[in-house]
Design a protein around this ligand. Sequence first.
Ligand code: AGP
Length: 609
Amino acid sequence: MCGIFGYIGNKEAVPFLMEGLKKLEYRGYDSAGVATLDKGKVFVSKRAGKIADLEELLRRKPIKGHIGIGHTRWATHGKPSDANSHPHEDCTGKIVVVHNGIIENYLELRRDLAQKGHKFTSVTDTEVIAHLIEENYAGNLLEAVAVTLNQVQGSYALAVVSEHEPDKIIIARHGSPLIVGFGENECYLSSDIPAMLKYTAEIIKLDNGEVAVLAKDELKVFDLQGKAVAKESELISWDPESAEKGGYAHFMLKEIHEQPSAIRKTIEGRIEAENHKIHFDELNLTDDEIRKINRVVFTACGTSWHAALVGEYLFEQYARIPAEVEYAAEFRYRQPIIDQNTLVIAITQSGETADTLGAVWEAKARDAKVISICNVVGSSIARESHGVVYTNAGPEIGVASTKAFTTQLTVIYLLAILFGKRKGVVSDSEATKLINDLIELPGKIEEALYQEEAVQHVAERFYRATNALYLGRGKGFPIALEGALKLKEVSYIHAEGYPAAEMKHGPIALIDHNMPVVVLALSGRRYEKILGNIEEVKARGGKVIAVACEGNTDITEKADEIIYIPLTSEALSPILAVIPLQLLAYYIAVKRGCHVDQPRNLAKSVTVE
Ligand code: AGP
């Protein structure tokens, strides 16, 4: 996910661009750049690093102009670097573009353009757009962009400026948001509303398949066949702070709801179900190296450690490789017995967790292969690992990790299948089935989110609790741990996750009518056993909140509250099961008046040991 901002009017564009990019920095912050049109000439300033680094560059070498476009990057194709930063130019430097999205057929387009003599200066998919527009330009910039967009496949929010027509910005949208704001004889362009809210509340949202000409006092919109499209502006009533959250009360709730799109972004460009193919550009492990791996050690902290626990099950189930899970802080100090045939997988949202970074160093010092599953491009742990798979979930602002967790599970699921294929224990047909199951998952998460009202009802009933127990079996156990952690960290209720079968070995003493017990009653070969555990809780007066799969109606007479999730494969059920638990923790915390996005004592990234 990246951020785009544009300005066209009678004032200097750069101050608007920089202000806008700072507000969009949450969408990506591994590199940034701006381009302006001044007296008919294009000027570009861009670099890897934070927006503050771009500001420094502009202080040393300012650029002028009353028309400009800017971009803050969340790398998808090509590591963060000056060359891969946006804006990108065509061969002549007279056409400049910024883009948010993924062009899936960029490699074949790039090959065709190179054969026609185009020279590329980056490895990004976006640069292909600039050269395509150059190839298609025949005196009308809007037409050249429309022809180009009929040739690309994938998602885009696009802004184009050119010396050929230096009084306008051409914009277009398909899949990635793009909004136009209207001021006094000036217009703004942004990936989201908050970034322009200080200038105007009058906006128009471009819809998919629309391309437009933005002048300082008007917007003309067309479809890709050139037919004019009438658009109605709307007035935004949000206050600036709530606008940052896209209308949600908290970032945590916004990010819970972002999970379907986040998982789509995680798998975008990485799977081909029909060819049972999975590929991760930066995994940096040869097939032969994968085949030599005889042991996997996951290492992480907190929620990422729970993802690792699910990973242990998935790797043993599909890759048939012995796997184990270590807390990073324990792993780094216990002199682990690992070697060059051990694969250490570090899981981390921030890529900056000190203990996980220490564990990576320890693993490398003992010659293990190290890959990381990370959500921040170019972060310390990503850079220290031999290979990395980015979750591409977009920045996660809420301290309580939600979309990072489910996208971590998505990556682990695909890695386990990939390793299973390389080791010859997952057939092509099985891989196709497993990949198709995953493709259906975002839609099922959307269905699970429809239970939000039912979860709010459960939160109303139990938010006064002082303790809670979460029980699960198999892959449901790590989800029980994760549900308990969510509740602890945002509502401050003491909650404990436990293997359901272990309850009678002690924790059952805790059960009474004050103790809500959340049970992951997921379909599968352990389901009957879980029903037995529910009976044990009920027999001692406990209140049972069950997360169950649609169709399992036999649980209705056993549990006090039931939150249903759609049926999916046993391997993907943990990802669906965590959704109601995230919502439950959120709504209980809200009822208790807690600071949901910044809970007491916590930090989003624990960069100290
Ligand atoms: C999760 O909700 C917590 N914020 C915390 O446990 C977090 O998962 C942990 O600190 C690890 O962070 P990382 O994934 O960025 O390494």
